[in-house]
Design a protein around this ligand. Structure first.
Ligand code: NAG
Ligand code: NAG
Ligand code: NAG
Length: 196
């Protein structure tokens, strides 16, 4: 008994000191602001720039190494527009329209057939650049793509790296499309991005 009591007292001492340091942490956290207004210039945000990119997007659905795979098949009795189809893609973005042209980045995302009336896709994709100062930066696009129209417009909804705070739009124009060859397509993207 005489040996247990001092141990118990020691434990109580430790617990009480832990509790008091915990409450000190709580108090000091309350001293800090949860929200702060910042000076944009300290973040290097001075003048907004407009940048234009032209790239070619290669959707390879067919062949031994597809870059786009069907992850959701529409029901067999779905409409002619294949409403409900969803594909995930990791498509090459090149400088010229030829697949062998210089690789500028990859377009990674998915598209789904989202219309029962015409062939319109909902697209969500990141353009992840790999060249020069843009290497590692991304631009995020989202929008409606009615693929049979000559020019389609999608929104640039954000970005990372050099494209933080990005906004803008992209114009997509099909260069080649072969519906009898599992939909393989090469699409020209002209992107206009406001960023800092
Ligand atoms: C499509 O097929 C499914 C399964 O056979 C059936 O439940 C559904 O009612 C069909 N839809 C139409 C619009 O025919
Ligand atoms: C891009 O960045 C990656 C990762 O930092 C690096 O491995 C690669 O060599 C860079 N590519 C170019 C073309 O600079
Ligand atoms: C589409 O692909 C098929 C099969 O490879 C080919 O026979 C046909 O000529 C192609 N059509 C066009 C317009 O390229």
């Amino acid at each position: 008994m005489a040996r247990i009591l001092p141990t118990l007292a020691f434990h109580l001492l430790i617990i009480s000191s832990l509790l008091s340091s915990f409450s000190m942490i709580l108090v000091s956290a309350e001293d800090h602001e949860f929200v702060q207004s910042m000076d944009p210039e300290l973040f290097g945000l001075k003048k907004e720039k407009l940048t234009h990119f032209r790239m070619y997007w290669h959707d390879v659905v067919d062949g031994p190494i597809p870059s786009a795979v069907t992850i959701v098949q529409p029901p067999s009795n779905s409409s002619q527009t294949r409403f409900g189809l969803i594909r995930m893609f990791d498509n090459a973005l090149t400088q010229g329209p030829e697949p062998s042209s210089k690789l500028l980045g990859r377009a990674q995302g998915f598209y789904g057939s989202a219309s029962q009336e015409d062939i319109s896709l909902l697209m969500a994709q990141n353009f992840a650049f790999v060249q020069g100062k843009y290497n590692g930066s991304t631009v995020t696009l989202m929008g409606r793509n009615s693929i049979l129209n000559k020019v389609r417009e999608l929104s640039v909804i954000g970005g990372s790296g050099l494209f933080r705070y990005a906004r803008g739009y992209a114009l997509a124009t099909t260069q080649s499309f072969n519906a009898s060859k599992s939909d393989d397509a090469i699409v020209e993207y002209n992107i206009y991005v406001l960023h800092y």
